[in-house]
Design a protein around this ligand. Structure first.
Ligand SMILES: [Zn+2]
Length: 280
């Protein structure tokens, strides 16, 4: 992914090192005790500690998780302070499965939710997360569910990990919209889900900032799930979300990397995503 972003067309990008998130930023979403527990897990080099069946931490994981959340926060600061209108946080570990008190699905801190809460701490009111990762973002939804100032919109494969994301999960104030897609679904159904349901719902919410949970594991080449998206679909959804941001958020958009496990498909998909962000 980083190699793909070294291409000449991406020279105009401003590149920033992701800072470590502060305890204050993390604790807007996670209890202090949970943050302390995660950050205390620092195995010896070469060792790892299993958090659950999918999620392990190595020596570098705690710092990587702090920088993943911190990168998302820094991207929010960039678009609020106005030295960028759009930002992409090329970070791992991903975040959208991490619930308030539970690390799961490779995720330690709920990066997109932490970014949303930071935007509100900086003075914004309504913040939306649009999540096109192939998996449902149970963690983001968990944080947002009872708060009408936050909006979560997701398309995802169903049935699939983590098992949440039925259309009947709508949030306490109709502030959650889920569109489950059957395995082997391709571009047509994906685009219809966003055009017919998710984008109109985002328009009705009128977010002051759009945060994208940008997972690229719905690509047909991805080994972890069975949706059949083409690389071009990620350009399409990025352009549509930029139009939403243009209508409601002054064009401000923060995109945070989630999944994507075929590395060639990930690199190609991130390239079209960032190209769309750059050209908007
Ligand atoms: Zn995923």
């Amino acid at each position: 992914m980083l190699r793909a972003l070294e291409a000449e067309e991406f020279l105009p990008l401003l590149r920033e090192q992701a800072p470590q998130a502060t305890a204050e930023q993390l604790c807007r979403v996670h209890p202090a005790g949970y943050v302390e527990t995660i950050l205390a897990i620092r195995p010896e080099p070469g060792d790892s500690v299993a958090i659950d069946g999918d999620t392990a931490m190595s020596q570098g994981s705690a710092e990587a998780a702090l920088r993943a959340a911190g990168g998302a926060v820094h991207a929010v600061d960039a678009v609020i302070d106005g030295w960028a209108r759009r930002a992409f946080a090329a970070v791992r570990p991903p975040g959208h499965h991490a619930e308030r008190r539970t690390a799961m699905g490779f995720c330690l801190f709920s990066n997109a939710a932490i970014a949303a809460r930071h935007a509100q701490a900086r003075g914004l009111g309504r913040v939306a997360v649009a999540d096109f990762d192939v998996h449902h973002g149970n963690g983001t939804q968990d944080v947002f569910y009872d708060d009408p100032s936050l909006f979560y919109a997701s398309s995802h494969q169903f049935p699939c990990y983590p098992g949440t994301g039925a259309a009947s999960e709508r949030g306490a104030a109709d502030n959650v919209v889920n569109v489950p897609l059957a395995p082997e679904t391709g571009s047509k159904e994906f685009r219809a889900a966003w055009s017919d349901t998710l984008l109109p719902a985002l328009d009705r919410f009128a977010p002051e900032l759009v945060i994208v949970s940008a997972g690229f594991d719905a690509h047909k080449a991805d080994p972890l799930a069975q949706l059949r998206l083409e690389t071009a679909d990620f350009a399409w959804i990025t352009e549509r979300l930029l139009q939403t941001a243009g209508r409601h958020s002054g064009g401000r958009m923060v995109s945070v990397l989630e999944g994507g496990y075929d590395l060639d498909a990930l690199a190609a998909s991130v390239a079209v995503h960032v190209r769309a962000l750059l050209q908007a």
